[in-house]
Write a protein that binds this ligand. Structure first.
Ligand SMILES: [Zn+2]
Length: 258
């Protein structure tokens, strides 16, 4: 079994049993946030004696297979646009039912930014009043979309994008994001030239990394611009994945800058 390792700084705290009970996971695409959330959940629920999560005990294996009774995912219903306040309230009732097998109960909210304000306020109550064994992991590509009151009560775990073969795409995506946000059209065009005839499978990871960088690194004064760019990047990525014309998609992306 392969279990995602915890980031180094957390591994020591997991070992010492001093991990906080409320976290915002950000700085990477949703899939990687989910893997990290599982590793954190396993660190809380692991029954091994060595480093946590051990990856081999019954608890770790159950978390990995999404069948641990004390680890739950919360996500927006497929037919809704947001995480509903009723879902947060259900979580709030559930957390008072004591853990089944472990000593903690862990809830991971996918795309936590999809909570509307009412849901976030209900969530705050859980954070403030819930039992000490409750653990809450908010996964959010854009953590700035969460209310400041929520953010101030959670520890921020910012993952660094990429690593290994993704590193180059992450680097290029960061460069592209910088230029898109700066809005210097000439400089942007110059930068894009080598990629305009690039292969789909080379360009898409760069766009994905750029979208990530726009969401997580956009300066606070440019929130609206960053959100609009992320939206366009999301659209060109989706169109690219559906075999859209890459040249035309570059054109659309460039038109959205500045
Ligand atoms: Zn374990």
């Amino acid at each position: 079994m392969t279990q995602t390792a915890l980031p180094q700084a957390l591994a020591a705290r997991a070992q010492a049993g001093t991990l906080g009970h409320a976290w915002i996971l950000t700085g990477a695409a949703e899939e990687r946030l989910e893997e990290t959330a599982k590793a954190l959940a396993a660190a809380f629920l692991c029954q091994g004696d060595g480093p946590r999560p051990c990856g081999g005990c019954k608890a770790c294996r159950k978390v990995d297979r999404d069948i641990h009774p004390d680890f739950q995912w919360v996500e927006k219903p497929a037919d809704k646009r947001e995480i509903l306040v009723s879902q947060v309230r259900a979580m709030r009732s559930d957390v008072y039912i004591r853990p089944n097998e472990g000593r903690r109960k862990v809830y991971a909210l996918k795309n936590a930014w999809q909570m509307n304000e009412e849901a976030q306020n209900a969530f705050l109550k859980v954070l403030e009043e819930g039992p000490a064994y409750g653990v809450f992991l908010l996964l959010s590509e854009n953590h700035l979309a969460l209310l400041p009151t929520v953010r101030s009560r959670c520890e921020l775990l910012r993952l660094t994008p990429g690593g290994g073969e993704d590193a180059q795409a992450a680097q290029l995506g960061g460069e592209l994001a910088e230029r898109l946000l700066a809005g210097d059209r000439w400089e942007l065009l110059r930068w894009c030239v080598p990629f305009e005839k690039g292969k789909r499978e080379e360009v898409l990871p760069i766009w994905q990394a750029a979208r990530q960088a726009v969401l997580t690194r956009g300066p606070s004064g440019q929130m609206a611009q960053a959100a609009a760019l992320a939206q366009v990047l999301g659209e060109v990525i989706a169109a690219g994945e559906r075999n859209g014309n890459m040249g035309a998609l570059w054109g659309r992306l460039l038109a959205a800058a500045g």
